[in-house]
Design a protein around this ligand. Structure first.
Ligand code: ASP
Ligand code: MG
Length: 422
């Protein structure tokens, strides 16, 4: 039975936490034998290294920056090897290149192309705990790369896939996946199990626990993920793995809130033919991500198009569209910031009607105005005023039967703070 574990930066932030993780790894080793453990950099190390680079160079060269950032994870594996050996656990620490992690040469956001797992296999057969530096790899030209922020999750899943591990356990400072962000919805409860698709929707929608890229990879290779805290032994959340219906065929699994949404509306775009192609081609070139898109039926006054986007991109989008006003040919541009997206997610809704009706009824009864809507097989998202988003999330959470009735209605417990197990 093969297991890959991963510990995040907050679990390794201090020498005491490193020793805590060493104890956990030693215990796993005694219980299950050799395993692979991926480590992040200690605490805020990566941010500190980035800041350091900027003090030396206003625009650090990407190759050199990756080399610098990769050192954070190397510190973690070296310290962990010491701590494990002190505990009588045979351990070997490997940098990404030593672990056979080959990537594309896109520095700062490299993609894993392959994992040459012979060395890992050899150490595992030799009875060792193999510690691997997360977030890094090597190009065909033998240059060190990093995978983008939060990339250690991806390292762990890639190794689990390459080694055909039975599962990948991710230990972090939150104790699992909740039905909603407990800071927004105090009655949120921990989920025992979510599907890959639910997790992807929840992660993209703001309830981030895992790097979406890691979840996508796990889905592609069918690697079951387990997310839990490294601070104690509370049960975490399973993602993927065998389909479980132990939660009574629930329809809705979670409610996510994204509080930084803006909307742009272009009125009277002419000619309507090819208007969408021109508009969204322009935005794509400028690397502005759009989310929900709504168009009117084209009439004599041209086409009306509204789209939502990340609030941080609004200024740039307005400037771009204003500058291209002549080629895009529209009558008017309206922009609105201060919005939020509230999404109801659940694999069960694909087969059950009435979820959208329930969402609209709940919001209408509360006098919350819905500005945009989008749906997928497993999700209904609405854009509302940001001031109303938290209330909308709480109401929907209650309406779809997700509330943890034992939770305090008052107060805002932190995700790891002594919550009742679901
Ligand atoms: N240390 C890297 C970061 O902070 C990678 C990771 O922790 O996953 O982004
Ligand atoms: Mg992380």
């Amino acid at each position: 039975m093969r297991v890959v574990q991963k510990y995040g930066g907050s679990s390794l932030a201090t020498p005491a936490r490193i020793l805590n993780v060493a104890e956990r790894i030693a215990r796993a080793y005694r219980e299950h034998g050799p395993l692979v453990v991926v480590l992040s950099a200690m605490g805020d190390t990566t941010d500190e290294l980035l800041a350091l680079a900027r003090e030396v160079s206003p625009r650090p060269h990407p190759d050199a920056l990756d080399l610098l950032l990769s050192t954070g994870e190397v510190v973690s594996i070296a310290l962990m090897e010491m701590a494990l050996r002190d505990r009588g656990v045979p351990a070997v620490a490997l940098m990404g290149w030593q672990a056979g992690i080959r990537t594309t040469p896109s520095f700062g956001r490299a993609l894993i192309e392959s994992v040459e797992s012979a060395r890992l296999e050899r150490h595992l057969s030799g009875g060792k705990v193999v510690l691997v530096a997360g977030f890094q790899g090597v190009t065909a030209e033998e240059e060190i790369t990093t995978l983008g922020r939060g990339g250690s999750d991806t390292t762990a899943v890639a190794l689990a896939a390459a080694l055909r591990a039975e599962r990948c356990e991710i230990y972090t400072d939150v104790d699992g996946v909740y039905t909603s962000d407990p800071r927004v919805v105090p009655k949120a409860r921990k989920l025992a199990h979510v599907t890959y698709d639910e997790m992807l929707e929840l992660a993209h929608l703001g309830a981030v626990v895992l790097h979406p890229r890691a979840v996508e990879l796990a889905k592609r290779y069918g690697v079951p993920l387990y997310v839990a805290t490294s601070l104690d032994d509370r049960e975490g959340t399973w993602i993927g793995g065998e389909a479980q219906d132990m939660e009574g065929g629930r329809v809705v699994t979670g409610v996510a809130v994204d509080e930084s949404v803006a909307r742009v509306t272009l009125r009277g775009v002419r000619p309507p033919e090819g208007a969408l192609k021109r508009l969204f081609g322009l935005l794509a070139e400028a690397e502005i991500n759009v989310d929900i898109i709504i168009t009117s039926v084209a009439g004599p006054d041209g086409l009306d198009v509204a789209f939502s986007l990340e609030a941080g991109d609004l200024e740039r989008a307005i400037e771009l569209l204003a500058a291209r006003r002549s080629s895009l040919a529209y009558d008017r541009l309206d922009a609105e910031g201060g919005l939020a997206k509230v999404s109801v997610v659940g694999a069960g809704m694909a087969s059950r009607p009435g979820v959208a009706a329930g969402v609209f009824r709940t919001l209408a009864d509360a006098g919350i105005d819905v500005k945009m809507v989008s749906t997928s097989e497993i999700k209904i998202s609405v854009v509302v005023e940001r001031e109303q988003a938290c209330r909308a999330a709480r109401l929907l959470h209650t309406a779809f039967g997700l509330d943890d009735e034992a939770a305090e209605a008052e107060g805002t417990p932190s995700p790891q703070g002594g919550r009742r197990e679901a």
